[in-house]
Write a new protein. Structure first.
Length: 127
């Protein structure tokens, strides 16, 4: 574990907690921090897609207006391909985020087993 990593901060907060409620709060706060980090990272893909398509369309329109039809078509193709790549990278990033969130949940449940019991009780009441 790296010294400044999410896992190290979680372990330090859990070690400092004196009651089960504090442990649960620390775990909840750590998972919330991690979710915020992932959310901020995942916002770039839709923005990159819009920028790529916008620049491609604008470039194509300007070139077409100047009479450079072949260059306009090439700019449009490059914009669409860039947009497709941005979309595919965003999808892959979302898959990786889901996998990392799942692993983080497992870490928390291993370090704070009382949360597992509470989750089981909540599930049994919900049926």
């Amino acid at each position: 574990m790296a010294a400044g990593s999410w896992e190290a901060r979680l372990v330090n907060e859990l070690a400092a907690a004196t009651t089960e409620v504090e442990r649960a709060d620390s775990a909840s706060e750590a998972v919330g921090d991690l979710a915020s980090l992932y959310a901020s990272r995942s916002r770039w893909a839709p923005a990159a897609l819009r920028i790529q398509l916008g620049v491609g369309l604008l470039s194509a329109a300007l070139l077409f207006a100047r009479g450079a039809r072949l260059e306009a078509a090439l700019a449009l193709v490059v914009g669409v391909i860039g947009g497709l790549v941005s979309h595919l990278i965003g999808d892959r990033a979302a898959e990786r985020e889901r996998a990392q969130r799942s692993l983080a949940d497992e870490i928390v449940l291993l370090l704070v087993p009382d949360l597992t019991a509470g989750r089981r009780r909540a599930r049994s009441r919900s049926f």
